[in-house]
Ligand binder design. Sequence first.
Ligand code: SF4
Ligand code: SF4
Length: 317
Amino acid sequence: MKSFNKTLKENNINLLRKSVSTLQVNMGKLCNQACKHCHVEAGPKRTEMMDMNIISQILRLLKKTRSIKVIDITGGAPELNSNFKYFVRQLRKMQLHVIDRCNLTVLHEKGQEETADFLAKNHVEIIASLPCYTEQNVEKQRGKGVFVKSIKSLRSLNSLGYGKGNKNLKLNLVYNPLGAFLPPNQKNLESEYKKFLKSEFKIFFDNLFSLTNMPIKRFSHFLEKNNKLNAYMNLLYSNFNPNAAKSVMCKDLISVSWNGLIYDCDFNQMLEIPIASKFKNIFAINSFNEVTQKIATKDHCFGCTAGSGSSCGGSLI
Ligand code: SF4
Ligand code: SF4
């Protein structure tokens, strides 16, 4: 297997970020779940949390970075951060489009009784993980009891108007493979999901995003333990798609960690691969446009460029 950077060179691809239109904000690693594939290694015992000092600086920078229109909030379970609602309200006041990466079960946690309603009132797009439409497969990856709670949450989101074609109440689901294989065709899988969830549970959603498992953190430990890491890396490498590589999400996105460090994407953040810029901290810049065009890539990036490609918004092509 050749390295990712060599593969880019051989295909005459020079990955550069021209301008930033999406800011991904990781509000912390605390989560009510501890999924097997989690690239954040999030869980109920994690204590890392974005505080108000960091949030205020992000808001200040956004006021000076007109190119950013979308704020993609992630975690952990970002709703568990006590500053989550404040942050969303401020972003909406600035007329920014806000995405909440919601694990669905968090809506059943103590203190989260009003969260679904809050998200709907603020027109927050929801992107929710549901790696399969069967209970057995979901629980294999995400833990016992997760499927039933997820179905309940999807129903209450539907009752608030989510997932029914209203552009202000978008509900998108995320699929990722249960094992060391590439995801199937996104459109076909979306039709299957829609058909099954409607007929079995009367659940509706807008789009399905099909993601490739990144060979990092918990998923890579799982592969290593089962002696499958090399085979999986070779699978990603042998399915390298230059067209997907030309469209990777880091070309117009940057990511900020719970403690205010800047990264090329959430995956680089978890691997602590610093951005190329000399400014690595949100307090060192006056606008997100100061972040360098250069993108720091390594072999895990094959996860974004295999087959139809993969990003936080699903397939790339
Ligand atoms: S719900 Fe998401 S953040 Fe939480 S452990 Fe699972 S994959 Fe990680
Ligand atoms: S892992 Fe991150 S840096 Fe690498 S190609 Fe994907 S989005 Fe870009």
